[in-house]
Design a protein around this ligand. Structure first.
Ligand SMILES: [Zn+2]
Length: 482
């Protein structure tokens, strides 16, 4: 009976709230795909699977206890120390030294400066017992550590400061267990810088450099104000994004003889105006916002260089490409009309990621079991476990989110909570739950197969959805003028 109720609940959740499709056009295009996704989830019997996977297990309890012990004895304190010494993205030198020193002392081989990023690193657990490098599942754990850029300096208002210590507690506990149990498998931590910054999109750059190759599952934690998990499917928190820089080049001249020059700042101003003039021809969910980080040096010299930096957003990547073309053309037209030249750099892309019920439901069960607070029973919308979508659309994974603050993300109050009981408690819950889930993944081949089956299924449906979207955004026919 209980299982039936759970299943009915899950199906209700799948068919209504929580989907990533935000516009009527997208929902229409996704109709068939969502029906098939509902069938896929039903066939996996998620409530039954969750009950089986999370059944009591004394060995799992020991792994969880070890992660908690590391948190309580050393790692909460380490998180506090990093909170008190915030470093913004790509400058986290001190933070990664603390993390890497600890990993080196706990049987990991570490390497910094990977994928061309100074503060990116990997840590590989040195397996005892002569297991071949690629035998058994490879368990990945993402650590983050960048602080936010604030008007009063860097601050840890998103609590990335303790993500490193949490992930290390999990990695050490599960690595030691694999050795103790003489089980095949590998444990790798990924230190990923600058979550709050683009360019570059660090995880995409690391992914393209092959850093995540052969990883079977990835876990990560992130600060939140309520304990949640995503519904299965594909999506992202904050629309698909293209980050694009438009650099205009002109020629300098004296203000009094400006005809001898070409004004790059005017190029940028025209770009903004050109975009505003077509906003009504763009779908209303479009979000285009830019800033002018460089606009000249002095009013008596015609600016020969000016830069505009834009985040261009739309709920799906297919229509986003049309919006991008509008904005790129606006820049080209601006350059043409001002006699300047423009360089267009698409420095970052954030896309939909994939979330899985086979990982999210056991994770949610564990977070509740280990005492997570302010629990939201209704699943959130589908969303990958990391912000770029580049990793979470090709490798199964889950971001753990037990409540760690009563204040909103990116606030000074959330930073304070990282040092308080509510933060410390949530961090330990995340560590315990992540350790429990990795234990299940490492020890049960049939569970790994179910995760893979759901992932492959949703991945294929995501492709189908992209194809369906291509048909719902036809371009109008614009004839040649007669
Ligand atoms: Zn964050």
């Amino acid at each position: 009976m209980r299982i039936f109720v759970l299943r009915a609940f899950l199906l209700a959740a799948l068919s209504s709230a929580g989907w990533a499709q935000e516009t009527p056009t997208e929902r229409e295009a996704a109709k068939q795909v969502l029906r098939k996704m509902g069938e896929l989830e039903k066939s996996l019997d998620i409530p039954g699977l969750t009950a089986r996977v999370t059944a009591p297990n004394a060995e799992r309890d020991k792994v969880v206890a070890r992660a908690k012990e590391l948190m309580d004895s050393e790692l909460i304190r380490m998180g506090d120390a990093i909170t008190r010494a915030p470093e913004i993205g790509f400058q986290e030198d001190h933070s990664i030294k603390i993390l890497m020193d600890y990993l080196n002392q706990h049987n990991f081989v570490t390497e910094a400066g990977i994928a061309g990023l100074r503060t990116a690193f990997t840590g590989k657990y040195k397996r005892a017992g002569g297991f071949a490098a690629n035998s058994g599942p490879t368990l990945g754990i993402i650590l983050e550590y960048d602080a936010l850029r604030g008007t009063q300096g860097a601050f840890h208002g998103d609590q990335h400061s303790t993500q490193g210590p949490i992930g290390m507690a999990v990695a050490i506990a599960i690595g030691e267990y694999l050795d103790r149990a003489k089980l095949p498998g590998n444990v790798v931590v990924f230190g990923t810088p600058g979550e709050e910054m683009m360019p570059p999109a660090a995880k995409t750059q690391m992914f393209e450099a092959g850093v995540f190759k052969n990883v079977d599952v990835i876990v990560r934690s992130h600060a939140v104000t309520s304990t949640t998990r995503p519904a299965p499917g594909f999506g992202t928190c904050c629309l698909n994004i293209d980050g694009v820089k438009y650099t205009f080049s002109g020629a300098p001249a004296h203000q009094m003889t400006a005809w001898a020059g070409r004004n790059a700042l005017e190029g940028v101003i025209h770009l903004f105006e050109n975009i505003d003039s077509v906003r009504s021809n763009l779908r209303p969910e479009t979000r285009i916002q830019g800033v002018i980080p460089e606009g000249g040096a002095a009013p008596n010299v015609v600016p020969d260089r000016a830069v505009a930096d834009f985040y261009i957003r739309y709920p799906d990547a297919v229509y986003l490409a049309q919006v991008r073309e509008f904005v790129d053309n606006a820049a080209k037209a601006a350059a043409l009309s001002t006699g300047t030249k423009v360089k267009i750099e698409n420095y970052g892309r954030l896309r939909d990621g994939i979330s899985l019920a086979t990982l999210a439901e056991p994770a949610f069960f564990y977070m509740k079991k280990y005492g997570a607070t302010n629990v939201q029973e209704e699943p959130g919308k589908p969303s990958g476990f990391e912000e770029t979508g580049s990793v979470s659309s090709v490798i199964p994974g889950i971001s753990f989110s037990a409540q760690t603050s009563t204040f909103a993300n990116h606030t000074y109050e959330m930073e304070k909570d990282a040092l308080a009981e509510i933060g410390h408690h949530g961090f330990v819950v995340d560590a315990e739950s992540m350790a429990a889930l990795l234990f299940d993944f490492a020890t049960a081949a049939d569970y790994r197969a179910a995760v893979q089956q759901e992932f492959k299924g949703i991945q294929a449906l995501f492709g189908e959805y992209q194809e369906a979207l291509k048909k719902v955004y036809p371009l109008p026919n614009v004839p040649e003028p007669k």
